[in-house]
Design a protein around this ligand. Sequence first.
Ligand SMILES: [Zn+2]
Length: 234
Amino acid sequence: MWGAVVPAAVTRTVADGVELLEVGWPEPVGANAYLLDDGEVTLVDAGLPVGRRPLSAELAAAGYDAGDLDRVLVTHYDLDHVGGLRGLDADVPVHVGAADARLADGTWAPPPAHPKGLFHRLLRRLFPLSGLDLRSVTDGDRVGGFRAVHAPGHNPGHTVFLHEDLGAALLGDLVRERGGRLRPPPWVDSYDTGRLAESVDRVAGESFEHACVGHGRPVSPDGDDHLRRLAAEL
Ligand SMILES: [Zn+2]
């Protein structure tokens, strides 16, 4: 009776047009995905390759299917954010920060002496993004209703996507939520913690209500105030 112990798909409405897809399992390894609907439907990140339920089931629980998607945005190339793309039956562009696109396709070789560099050398063999319609984004690019903000440190191409009309900041692993507060990710999980602190400071200068984190619960409202509080500490 395995089916009886698998939790039901859970989605949570963060705000009008902003749904949390709770593929972030098991915690804290798994990462959240989000679905934003401003008339166009955008999936942000995709969780691990195997979760408690397929991403398609989480989409269905939010009232969508893969065929409804207009695009995917990827905050960064880590398995807990791109893993679910493998099973996603959607022929749509996948936008990712330029440096992480180079990380994924092998045109940039990460330092093997850094634990994360080693991880990425393995990841791009096991989980290349080669079959996808990959599009590089750089700082300031507009994709639909989103603006890309290059926020390196955790990964060199880590990108935050801001949706001003929906008041949402898709923060990826710039920060995570613990006990209602925003915290930086563990140092071992980031290439450059100094650059990460600079990125936190920069994104804290933006205005948004909903801090949609990859790990933990979204912090809303006044998400930008929470990020400014962290920026002052770093
Ligand atoms: Zn993550």
